[in-house]
Design a protein around this ligand. Structure first.
Ligand code: ADP
Length: 257
């Protein structure tokens, strides 16, 4: 597939160079294809809320007969504008990531304090969805990084955990340190993720259940941004999940000594 330039039969430098050249062209082609796909997906995602807003504006202008009709149309417009706003800020974040224009601080951060703060600040959001948000074990752990970005990562994981858990469920944030690393986990008792989707959920625009994701206001970009931010902190995000039982997203970061 990558054979752009035919290989010379002689086992010489030209042959070696040809192999390297062909590999590079292959990589470039794949990168371009990915970029085209991204633009197509992004345009599609942007078109949907814009179409809803146009449609509801039309309804309000031509069909609304009562105050309730207006309010209903305006609420739909309001929701879709929110979606559009979130989508645009996610797309901008990814554009910065791609251009490597996402500067990160490198300061000592107490991950256990940060986790407690995130739980505090999101407790009422969780309660609105009928979810108990709590801290589990919180062992003292300091990592080197950007506190604001790490808060963004944890908030994103808690936001998903709440979105994909039915009312009555529980979301637990824990921090456990070992000799060289710290594991920060967000565990929910939610709908879980089927095995076939697991390898893909960190991909841009990937959604295990597009209908449910749309209903909860998701675009499929959150985890790809989280994954990038954690890698930029020399860490990794992993997931374990069982459909119907729940999921655990785990961030592993090197401890600062
Ligand atoms: P979205 O905006 O759709 O939530 P994300 O990138 O944050 O996008 O997540 C990608 C997909 O992974 C979601 O659409 C959902 O199918 C799945 N997912 C993420 N977090 C969870 C979770 N805690 N429980 C179940 N499914 C999840």
């Amino acid at each position: 597939l990558d054979q752009r330039v035919p290989l010379s039969p002689a086992r010489d430098e030209v042959r070696e160079l040809t192999i390297i050249f062909n590999q590079m062209i292959g990589r470039l082609e794949r990168a371009f294809a990915q970029q085209r796909r991204f633009v197509a997906d992004a345009s599609h995602e942007l078109r949907t809320p814009v179409a809803v807003i146009r449609n509801m504006t039309e309804v309000a202008l031509t069909q609304a007969k009562s105050k309730e009709d207006y309010i209903c149309a305006l609420e739909a417009i309001n929701d879709e504008s929110d979606r559009l706003g979130r989508l645009v800020s996610d797309l901008l974040a990814l554009a910065r990531v791609d251009e490597e224009r996402m500067p990160l601080d490198s300061e000592p951060v107490r991950l256990d304090f940060l986790a407690a703060d995130v739980v505090d600040s999101m407790a009422s959001f969780a309660a609105e969805h009928g979810i108990t948000l709590q801290t589990g074990t919180l062992q003292p752990a300091t990592v080197k990084g950007d506190a604001a970005r790490l808060i963004q990562v944890l908030m994103g994981l808690v936001d998903n955990a709440v979105k994909y858990t039915n009312a009555g469920g529980t979301v637990t944030v824990a921090v456990e340190a070992c000799a060289s690393h710290v594991h920060c986990s967000v565990t929910d008792t939610g709908i879980g993720i089927a095995r076939e989707h697991l390898p893909h959920i960190f991909e841009r625009f990937y959604r295990a259940d597009p209908a449910r994701s749309k209903a909860v206001g998701g675009s499929g970009l959150g985890l790809s941004i989280i994954d990038w931010l954690v890698r930029a902190h020399h860490g990794a995000v992993t997931v374990e999940s069982e459909p119907g039982k729940g999921s655990t997203f785990m961030i592993t970061l090197p401890l600062m000594h």
